[in-house]
Design a protein around this ligand. Sequence first.
Ligand SMILES: [Zn+2]
Length: 327
Amino acid sequence: MTELSRRNVFVGAATAAAATALTPFAPARAAAPQAGKQAPSFYRYKVGSYELTVILDGVRPVKLDNSPIRNAKLEEVQAVLRASHLPTDKLGFYFHPTVINTGSKLVLIDTGNGPGSRQTGTGQLPDNLAAAGIDPKTIDVVIISHFHGDHISGLRTADGALAFPNAEIMVPAKEWAYWSDEGAASRAPQGQQATFQNTKRIFGPIADKVTKYEWGKELVPGITAQDTNGHTPGHTSHLVSSGSASVLIQADVTAGFAPLQFHNPDWLVGGDQDGAQAVATRRKLYDQLATDRLLVSGYHIPFPSLGYIEKAGTAYRFVPAPWNPAI
Ligand SMILES: [Zn+2]
């Protein structure tokens, strides 16, 4: 090796050492910070030419100190949870309003738990609408399935204003008749009193402006109201059809933690007002959906609440539709 070439080697080695010291990707890496929160929860899918967006209003944590099913013991519920690989000491209740873009109208079905519920992990419809790029002022029609607070309380903002100021509000006529009847309120059990009061708070100032609709009617082109009463007297599901495709937005045909009522269709949640009728409706509808292989979306089915129902002996099995990155 010549003197010159030895010097070149030393210079080269020194340059390489300096480069290593300066590189930002040194071998000893710091741990990446954990995100600690989930992605915004909305999910889009197509039904014919309509674009639908399921929007999560949140998940309410429920401690299982008592049975969430009024005609089953806690241990029976826990056995189903254990078989489903779920914790047996707690549950999460999901809430899913749906936005339907028909191409000419922007329609919202149900409105979530409202701003008063945010400390319990729900009331997130406005945040997730924003994340989905949907401005509440652009909603043309709000369709309500029934009057329980988790479906109507999102109609008003924290200061009492209308959350969807330019929307026509459509409600089931039978539901309106029951929850606005002072006589029914005076005869009703304690468990229903909060719904009577909340109905007054939400709808009282706009009673004349609300559209009351009948079952079997097409409310918006392609969206038809279907009688699924039992959970409440006017409980309504909505069949959305475009071209040859359809989805049934069932609302609370199964409620609470919905999978429990697929396993045991005779089980009743606290809100199942007419228990016998709720069970009859559930069985009749699910037999039909299983036969027709119709896509269903459930307000209380875990996110994104979309799938198919199959018969499983005398009960049912919910088969979730897989995430589809194509819309
Ligand atoms: Zn509900």
